[in-house]
Design a protein around this ligand. Structure first.
Ligand code: 15L
Length: 263
């Protein structure tokens, strides 16, 4: 499948582009940073909040069949910055997908879309939006936009509410929320190739023994995670922040130090 991947130079983007290319997908990387040295696939340098840049990326790379949208601020910023980074980029991609008859988009949403939800047993894909930050709020808005385009047009969208992506879990909370690099590739490939997902929400975590989120909706799309954060439990020492980090889904993002004026 020929796939445009935004945020291709980022930490998750680097892993996902390499992993998808290894699985015989044809990658077009899209990022604000120039093509990295030694890059092995097509590259477009631009900002995906810029409609003209997105149009050029598609025009320069005919035959794109799907979009994986990973670009965006990874942390809290002002409301306008978050809205541009997550909502406007998604809107530009969706409109240009429609212009080019591209149907499938896989979106890197975040657990912070529901981050203010108090921790209880397993959360399913039906949990109501409850952002913990403007970052989480912009993810909610982008998810809603995807739903709107699926309902209105011939678009299929899978929103991945990613937990804590990284080489290994680094806190007690991350023993529950970790998404390993290999599972990230499995997750994105499943979301790209699942038949008829309509609009689907999937929590992006590995097969963690202490998972906070139900893996069943992902399994229904063909996502079979192989890693478990528990393998690293000896490396994660007790920390004074553990209690607050595990009280809410969004962990540290609920803390007062993340509060800021909207503008
Ligand atoms: C995210 O969505 C953030 O991009 C990342 O910085 C972490 O906070 C992660 O979630 C997490 O919840 O661990």
């Amino acid at each position: 499948m020929k796939v445009l991947v935004t945020g291709a130079a980022g930490s998750i983007g680097t892993v996902v582009t390499t992993g998808l290319a290894d699985r015989d997908h044809e990658i077009v990387g899209f990022d604000r940073v120039p093509e990295p040295e030694g890059n092995a696939f097509a590259w477009f340098t631009g900002d995906c909040a810029d409609l003209d840049a997105v149009r050029s990326a598609f025009a320069d790379n005919p035959g794109i069949e799907a979009v994986v949208h990973l670009a965006g601020l990874p942390d809290e910023a002002s409301l306008p910055e978050e809205i541009e980074s997550h909502l406007y980029t998604t809107a530009a991609l969706l409109d240009v997908m429609r212009e080019n008859d591209v149907r499938r988009i896989v979106y890197a949403s975040s657990n912070h879309a529901v981050g203010r939800t108090p921790r209880r047993d397993l959360l399913g894909d039906d949990v109501l939006p409850r952002p913990d930050t403007f970052y989480g709020l912009a993810k909610v808005a982008a998810e809603a936009l995807l739903q709107l385009y699926v309902d209105r047009y011939d678009i299929e969208a899978v929103a991945l509410r990613i937990g804590s992506f990284g080489p290994q879990p680094e806190s007690l909370r991350q023993l529950s929320t970790w998404l390993s690099p290999d599972d990230a590739v499995r997750l994105v490939e499943a979301a790209l190739t699942a038949p008829d997902p309509g609009y689907a929400v999937v929590f992006g975590i590995s097969a963690n023994t202490r998972a906070w989120w139900d893996l069943e909706p992902g399994r229904r799309l063909g996502y079979e995670p192989q890693d478990d954060a528990e393998a690293y439990r000896e490396l994660v020492g007790p920390d004074e922040d553990d209690e607050v980090e595990t009280a809410y889904v969004g962990g540290p993002f609920v803390l007062e130090r993340f509060h800021r004026p909207a503008f």
